[in-house]
Write a protein of this length. Structure first.
Length: 285
């Protein structure tokens, strides 16, 4: 006889609650930052605090089908309940990037200001308004493309605030020189260099995804597209720094890497792999 699943309480349906267009004014960014907040089932009837996921490019929740994904995972009890803070992008070409350095075209010039917003305005606001944990071990940051680069940069450099980073098709090509100015993979990819110069923090863990059709560029003509090369090379730098990578067992690894055959640089691919990320970031207890 199959095990019976306890009935949900009548106080709240077994679905997420969406609070669209919460917002706050950011002094560093000099703009209103719009947020969508997704609360787990049972949130309003509970007195506990929840883990939290901050997500760049939060304006894309609809295309990502995030509400349906979360409802399905909660109903399967595949993840633990958490609060999702979806941050709508502003001038993403300038606000996303690496805080320490803009790229060779001065893209990412406001990445430091964006990091300042996250650390000094967004996190205190969310902790005041919602029942979320103050423990860095319960905080995750994720993003897509340039937003993935931003999320990784913030987590890697602020282990006192976050424990995990999720990167979908990350823009790890971000570089300090153009190919016309003598660019070299070994020295001029900004995030790789920042990892080399950075510190090891044993509590950090990283999730990466690429698709075999993320792009067509192949700088070194090795038959592997740049997005895959750049991501694998970054993983190699993390391993050299001291992080453990076991491709066959993500449970014993600090790093999980998922390469999707036929995966493209779009929300449909990222939506399809989202359950893998969420069950990694918030495994059922």
């Amino acid at each position: 006889m199959a095990d019976l699943i306890p009935a949900q309480t009548c106080a709240e349906p077994p679905t997420v609650t969406v609070r669209p267009d919460d917002s706050l004014y950011s002094v560093p960014l000099n703009r209103i930052v719009h947020l969508d907040i997704l609360l787990p089932p049972g949130y309003h009837a509970s007195t506990k605090t929840y883990p939290i996921l901050y997500l760049n490019d939060g304006q894309d929740l609809g295309r990502l089908k995030m509400t349906a994904i979360l409802d399905s995972l909660y109903q399967k009890r595949a993840i633990q309940p958490f609060v999702l803070v979806a941050i709508h992008a502003g001038d993403r070409i300038q606000e996303y990037g690496t805080a320490a350095q803009a790229d060779y075209m001065n893209r990412g010039s406001k990445a430091g200001l964006y990091t300042d917003f996250v650390l000094t305005e967004l996190i205190p606001y969310i902790k005041k308004q919602y029942a979320v944990s103050t423990d860095p071990a319960q905080a995750v940051f994720a993003g897509f493309s340039l937003g993935g680069l931003s999320a990784f940069d913030i987590v890697f450099h602020h282990p006192d605030r976050f424990s995990r980073a999720g990167v979908f098709s990350g823009s790890f090509w971000w570089r300090s020189k153009s190919t016309a100015d003598g660019y070299r993979d070994e020295t001029d990819r900004i995030m790789h260099d920042l990892v080399r110069k950075g510190n090891f923090h044993k509590q950090l863990k990283f999730w990466f995804e690429t698709g075999t059709e993320d792009e067509t560029s192949d700088r070194n003509n090795n038959g592997i597209i740049d997005s895959i090369d750049d991501t694998i090379d970054l993983i190699d730098e993390l391993v050299k720094k001291g992080y453990h990578y076991n491709a066959n067992d993500s449970r014993s690894s600090d790093i999980r890497y998922v390469e999707i055959n036929g995966g493209k640089h779009n929300q449909e691919t990222w939506s399809a792999i989202m359950p893998d990320f969420l069950t990694w970031a918030f495994p059922a207890q």
